[in-house]
Design a binder for this molecule. Structure first.
Ligand SMILES: Nc1nc2c(c(=O)[nH]1)N(C=O)[C@@H](CNc1ccc(C(=O)N[C@@H](CCC(=O)O)C(=O)O)cc1)CN2
Ligand SMILES: Nc1ncnc2c1ncn2[C@@H]1O[C@H](COP(=O)(O)OP(=O)(O)OP(=O)(O)O)[C@@H](O)[C@H]1O
Length: 204
């Protein structure tokens, strides 16, 4: 089915899926480390030599599934880590764009231009090979619904114009949603990792 006005459909859907995610976070406090259990084998198979590669994680907000245990495991495997930083926004938080700056577990953090926790501005901007993407809803074809700022869509589009980037959606399993609205600018996920399973979208 084609949705006539996908932007309006997304706005309406966000209300429902935000509440659902809050409920899922209460029901699955163990999801943090179960993500690692589900992702260990498929991620090791896809990235057999992670030394020198960069993985962008995120600092969890509200009811987002935590990326913390996954970050620690990736660092153990030899990945360098990075976190998003929204920069160049005006006083209303508008007009900014998202970049990724290096971050090492335990290192000091600051606030970015829209008040989110981010690496210090002295840390270099990097082009990650793997981007862990927070989301409100996903489907098994790799469509994702985010918070609506378009930050991840624009950042992934820019990165993918320069190199091969693997977008890994992180979610509670119960965030799976059928018939998600899609717009032309939406960047697909290459895989989704939940506390139950690793869903491979990209088949190569
Ligand atoms: N961890 C994280 N960092 C991110 C994003 C994100 O989704 N998650 N973003 C992705 O684009 C950008 C920031 N955009 C955002 C826009 C709105 C809300 C927001 O409304 N959050 C909820 C709190 C979460 C919850 O309670 O479930 C809120 O304030 O109600 C969050 C991030 C860049 N960094
Ligand atoms: N590549 C792009 N170039 C220009 N504008 C874009 C691009 N991607 C997204 N946008 C704009 O960003 C806005 C939000 O897009 P969308 O609703 O898909 O966000 P989202 O993916 O849910 O959010 P986020 O990525 O922040 O989690 C839209 O108005 C869209 O026009």
């Amino acid at each position: 089915m084609t949705i006539a006005d996908p932007a309006a459909a997304k706005t309406a859907l966000r209300v429902f899926v935000r509440n659902r995610r809050k409920q899922l976070a209460l029901e699955h406090p163990e999801a943090d480390w179960k993500l690692v259990d589900a992702g260990r084998e498929p991620l090791s198979a896809r990235f057999p030599q992670p030394q020198g590669k960069v993985a962008a994680l995120y600092h969890g907000l509200g009811s987002e599934v935590s990326a913390r245990a996954l970050a620690d495991w990736l660092a153990e495997q030899g990945w360098a880590l990075a976190l998003p930083s929204v920069e160049g926004a005006n006083a209303d938080g508008l007009g900014g764009h998202m970049v990724f700056r290096t971050w090492t577990p335990g290192e000091a953090l600051a606030r970015d231009a829209i008040g989110l926790v981010a690496p210090l501005r002295q840390n270099p901007i990097v082009q990650p090979d793997l981007v862990a993407v927070p989301l409100l809803a996903y489907d098994r074809a790799g469509v994702r619904l985010g918070q609506g700022g378009g930050y991840y869509d624009r950042a992934l589009e820019a990165l993918r114009g320069r190199k091969d980037v693997f977008a890994l959606g992180l979610a509670y399993h119960g965030q799976e949603t059928h018939n998600l609205p899609v717009e032309a600018h939406d960047q697909r996920l290459d895989a989704i990792l939940t506390e139950n399973e690793y869903i491979a979208v990209r088949k190569d």
